[in-house]
Design a binder for this molecule. Structure first.
Ligand code: ZN
Length: 151
């Protein structure tokens, strides 16, 4: 994951987290899981090689695993981008043909969005998580979909 590089951050005696390189030069009292995106875990592990390994696993189990589960398959992202490029080209060459295709996509998309939101709610996703996945606020997600989803 390009934006999420996990590491065992050394905890300095002040309680502050240091960069992983500080483990070689400074006194530290433990490790806490951290990520290049700014995420940090609260649990502190021992300042030992085993503690560092446990901390790295913690980054995986508490942060990275859920990000991977929420990410669309790369193959579908590529196909989706390819489809968009083809439609842009089609719209330039044969705008009415593109209009037919885009209208079809729009009608599928509405139905599929409702189904995906309902599925996300059924599996325990919060409105905040749904909003984040769609790039909108949790209030906007709730207002837009509450009529289509129970609860
Ligand atoms: Zn991250």
């Amino acid at each position: 994951m390009p934006d999420h590089e996990g590491f065992a951050a050394p905890v300095l005696p002040t309680g502050e987290l240091a960069s992983s390189a500080a483990a070689f030069t400074k006194t530290f009292v433990g490790y806490q899981a951290a990520c290049s995106c700014g995420w940090t875990d609260q649990r502190r592990f021992l300042a030992t090689p085993e503690g560092a390994k446990e901390t790295e696993y913690r980054w995986w189990s508490r942060h990275a695993a859920s990000l991977i589960a929420a990410a669309p398959p790369g193959e579908l992202v590529i196909k989706s981008n390819l489809l968009r490029e083809r439609i842009v080209k089609l719209a330039a060459e044969r705008p009415l043909a593109a209009l037919i295709l885009l209208s079809q996509l729009e009608s599928w998309q509405r139905t599929l969005l409702d189904q995906a939101v309902a599925g996300a709610r059924e599996t325990g996703a919060s409105w905040a998580q749904i909003g984040e996945a769609m790039g909108i606020s949790k209030q906007s997600a709730h207002e837009r979909f509450r009529a289509h989803v129970s609860s």
